[in-house]
Design a binder for this molecule. Structure first.
Ligand code: PEP
Length: 253
């Protein structure tokens, strides 16, 4: 049985003063919840602060991005090894904002994925189709291509130490959520694809849904067989909303 996972992606939000209350509220609530892992992905500049605030609370620290390269002459970049050193457990990779705004290609995503695992961290591989691709009935082709590039580069066993997040681009930050049925359909396709290589890896793989998840729609999403939790953007900035989502995941066991 896969343990549920709820991860909050703060994106480029936060301030030292306001992070304190948010992390403490999530940490206090998460301590009482069973059957769910709760992870937070603050901006890199706040990782050390959040790591300290999380101490003893059982939360997982996640970075939003990692460099493609190892330590060295790469001004402005942060290596996966540094993120491990800062106390991270996982790193988002292939988020649609990185792909569309910063030109991250499938090949770059696969390289980062490998680099993150080599540093002992868990990649959270984000895949998802744009609206035009869904309308052109390309959803399955797009997500299988994005997943396939990583499987080809890193091997199927790499997915034993990874999380996948299905995030339809048209649902991210738009208030428009995929229906539980639409999301489940894609999650099932992703799991079936992994099962073609390894039934055991497929059975253990946590596949999160992301795209305007909030307290009001979380329980219905988590009731689906292949939805193992959520990657939450906007709603993770409110302790009440985010905790309610984590609570829904805990009750969905
Ligand atoms: C995200 O950034 O991964 C995300 C899903 O954002 P939102 O929940 O705001 O749609």
């Amino acid at each position: 049985m896969r343990r549920k996972l709820v991860a909050g992606n703060w994106k480029m939000n936060g301030r030292r003063a306001t992070n304190i209350g948010l992390v403490q509220a999530v940490s206090d609530a998460a301590r009482e919840l069973e059957g769910v892992d709760v992870w937070l992905a603050p901006p890199a500049v706040y990782l050390l602060q959040v790591a300290e605030l999380m101490q003893g609370g059982g939360l997982g620290l996640v970075a939003q991005n990692a460099a493609r390269e190892q330590d060295g002459a790469f001004t402005g970049e942060i290596s996966a090894e540094m993120l491990a050193d800062a106390g991270c457990r996982a790193v988002l990779v292939g988020h649609s904002e990185r792909r569309s705004l910063y030109g991250e290609t499938d090949a770059a995503v696969a390289e980062k994925f490998a680099r993150i695992q080599a540093a002992g961290l868990v990649p959270v591989l984000c895949v998802g189709e744009a609206l035009a691709e869904r309308e052109a009935e390309q959803t399955v082709a797009v997500v299988l291509r994005q997943l396939g590039v990583v499987i080809d580069a890193c091997g199927i066993d790499a997915l034993e130490r990874a999380v996948v997040a299905y995030e339809p681009v048209w649902a991210i930050g738009t208030g428009r959520t995929a229906s539980p049925g639409q999301a489940q359909e894609v999650h099932a396709v992703l799991r079936a694809e992994v099962a073609r290589y390894s039934g055991a890896v497929a059975a253990g793989l946590r596949i999160l849904y992301g795209g305007s998840v909030k307290a009001a729609n979380a329980a219905a999403l988590f009731a689906e067989a292949d939805i193992d939790g959520a990657l939450v953007g906007g709603a993770s900035l409110s302790a009440d909303e985010f905790v309610a989502i984590a609570r829904a995941a805990s009750s969905a066991r």
